[in-house]
Design a protein around this ligand. Sequence first.
Ligand SMILES: [Zn+2]
Length: 214
Amino acid sequence: MQEQDNLQQVNLQQDNLQQDNLQQDNAHQDNLKQDNLQQDNTQQENLQQINLQQDNAQKNSLVPQVKGELLAKHEIVSRSVVKNLIREAKEGMKYAYTPYSNFHVGAALLTTKEKIYTGCNIENVAYGPTNCAERTALFKAISEGERDFSAIAIVGGKNGVITDFVPPCGVCRQVIREFVDPKSFLVILARSEDDYMVYSLEALLPLSFGPKSL
Ligand SMILES: [Zn+2]
């Protein structure tokens, strides 16, 4: 009887040992998984940070974002013309009517004959009838017989303080598209006369639906 008890105890001890090993294995695996997870997260965070740094570098860059054959066209719109257009957009912003958002926007539209039409955003208590600065400038020009345009500069900010680039809304992109060649028409987003980015309309409105699409 004594021997059997001893045997049972040995078996019990072996069971305990196996369980301990199992627990250790699980704990080890859990640690391993956590390590991998942490590594994955760190890698992802690093990647996100690199992307963010690249984005900021692009934003701060003065190099036009227009590529290839469009660069040549961009040379036609010289740096001094771009600066002047930005200055005019800032002038246009002064007339912004924005009692609801207090977000002022100004635009200056350049015709191929180098005439400039400015515009501001004009809000409405019913919200829907609000008109953007870009369309104000464009409608002014169209209403005076202009049909050929080469570029538009846009500036804006809360209470008229420019702190960042203000890209045109989708509606304005489509309305501009009606009258321009999206490959050559330039959209200039500016924070100042020396800090701006240039895009082709095509870059901002790819696969666009234009007058020739009907
Ligand atoms: Zn708009």
